[in-house]
Design a protein around this ligand. Structure first.
Ligand SMILES: Nc1ncnc2c1ncn2[C@@H]1O[C@H](COP(=O)(O)OP(=O)(O)O)[C@@H](O)[C@H]1O
Ligand SMILES: [Mg+2]
Length: 287
């Protein structure tokens, strides 16, 4: 691993957090499809470059962000974008507090302001779900300036050196708008694929140590077949989702494989042909 990653890690690990902040440190466990992906993401974090993870649903984007938090033992604040996301949900809001008959206006800091000041990780999920006019407020936060003038208080905030931004998008997903160029340009972008083969087996074995080898093999075979049909253009990409596969394995501990796959994978497909195709593939592996 590049020494600058290790040096930065040593520096960040030396920080001590109170209980409340310690609770914001996430669990690790991301498995990198290629060894350099994980390291390259860490390099970007160390170089203070905002990280953009692009990949389909259930490919491990959130897990990867959590694993950065775990690696640096650094608290993480999450923002889930939707059309309702506004400046207040990012930066915070004013509120009136009454103590001893005295009313004072206080500003409750939002995730962006907290993460900047404290030097935490800011995870912005589904960044392309936000309305395009909401996010330009972050431009100065995301480029070399690493600062923000809080429009609600006038306060000028310079980011702590450890402040790290990770965002995730599912490109081309319904309901998303293409990410604005000026915003996209500020990120270092990484394509996050679904795992397969031995690495997928590794996740399954970590999460389901009790699962029988025969079941795991069947699920892996079905996943391979689903992947082929995704490549053939007959199934949506999400048919090969690692999340869905893990859900199916969890269910299969308590019901027949067919039903497990039906609930966890087939029923999520938008059209009937896709749902039927998934179940036909399953038939070839389980009678
Ligand atoms: N590469 C990976 N390494 C470890 N776990 C993974 C990986 N890919 C998917 N998973 C697992 O699949 C599930 C979904 O991952 P998640 O990070 O929520 O996906 P996303 O945010 O891309 O939708 C989680 O249980 C996660 O642990
Ligand atoms: Mg996610």
């Amino acid at each position: 691993m590049d020494p600058i990653i290790l040096n930065e890690r040593t520096k960040r690990l030396a920080r001590v957090y109170d209980k409340h902040k310690e609770d914001l440190v996430q669990e690790g466990g991301y498995i990198s499809p290629v060894r350099h992906l994980w390291e390259d993401v860490l390099i970007s974090a160390v170089l203070k470059k905002p990280i953009l993870l692009k990949g389909p649903s259930g490919s491990g984007k959130t897990k990867l962000a959590q694993s950065i938090s775990h690696f640096f033992n650094q608290p993480m604040h999450s923002v889930n974008c939707s059309v309702d996301l506004d400046a207040e949900s990012l930066l915070g809001f004013k509120t009136i507090n009454t103590t001893d008959g005295q009313s004072i206006i206080e500003f409750v800091e939002g995730p962006v302001v907290q993460a900047m000041k404290e030097g935490h990780i800011l995870y912005i999920d589904e960044i392309n779900m936000a309305k395009p006019e909401t996010l330009p407020i972050l431009h100065s936060v995301l480029d070399h300036r690493r600062m923000l003038t809080n429009p609600f208080t006038g306060e000028v905030i310079h980011a702590h050196p450890d402040f790290t931004v990770v965002a995730a998008i599912n490109e081309g997903y319904v309901g998303t708008s293409p990410m604005n160029e000026a915003l996209k340009n500020r990120f270092i972008s990484f394509a996050i694929p679904y795992l397969s083969g031995e690495q997928l087996r590794e996740i399954i074995q970590t999460l389901f140590p009790q699962a029988e080898t025969a079941l795991v093999d069947t699920m892996m075979n079905i996943n391979e077949d689903l992947k082929k049909q995704v490549l053939n253009g007959l199934l949506a990409e999400e048919a090969a989702s690692v999340r869905s596969l893990l859900d199916a394995i969890a269910l299969a501990g308590h019901m027949p494989v067919k039903r497990a796959i039906q609930y966890a994978i087939a029923e999520k497909m938008d059209d009937r042909m896709e749902r039927e195709l998934v179940m036909e593939l399953v038939e070839t592996w389980v009678k």
